[in-house]
Design a protein around this ligand. Sequence first.
Ligand code: FAD
Length: 157
Amino acid sequence: MDDRQFRTAMGRFATGVTVIATEEEGTVHGMTANAFMSVSLDPKLVVISIGQKARILPKIKQSGIFTVNFLADHQKELSMVFAGQIKEPKEVEFDRLDGKPAIPGALAQIACEVAAEYVEGDHTLFIGRVTDIRLEEGEPLIFYSGRYRSLTAEPTV
Ligand code: FAD
C-alpha cells in the first residue's frame, strides 16, 4: 500500500469541514481541519488531529485552548483561506465564545480547553474538554474525495 492509496481511501470518508482557532499572545490563528471527532458525553470531550508541520500546533500547545467551528455551505471561501488554498491575506473577524476566538456564522462553535495531547505518527491528537457551545441553523459544507460539496448541490470545486 502506498501513500496515494491511503490518501485516496481516507478521502472516501465524507466529512464536514471545521476551522480550528486558537489565540496566543493576543494573535488569533486559524486552520481548516476535517479530522474531528466527538469522544465523550460525560465529561464532554472532542478530539482534533493536527499535522506536525502545521503552524497552529505550537500555538495550541502554548495556549492550551482552541475552538472547533463547523462551517456552513456558504463558508467555502473561509475554508480555503484557513487551508492556505487562497494565498492572498484576508481580514477575518472573530466572535468570542468563552473568551476564545470563534468563526461567525459557523453551524456550531465549540470552545475547548486542552485536556490531553498524544503524538501519533506525523500528527498530534488534542483532546478538548468542551467549555461552551453556540449553535446556528444552516446547511453544512461537505468535503469528499478532495472536493468541496454541499448536501444538495454538485461538486463546487
Ligand atoms: P498557516 O498555513 O499559517 O495558515 C493557514 C492559512 O490561514 C494561511 O493562509 C493564513 O494566512 C490563514 N490564517 C491563519 N490565521 C488567520 C487569521 N487570524 N486571519 C486570517 N487568516 C488567517 N491539516 C491538519 O493538520 N489536520 C486536519 O484535520 C486537516 N484537515 C483538512 C481538511 C481540509 C478540507 C483541508 C482543505 C485541509 C486540511 N488540513 C488539515 C490541511 C491544513 O488546513 C493546511 O495544511 C493548513 O495550511 C496548515 O495550517 P497552518 O497552521 O500551518 O497555518
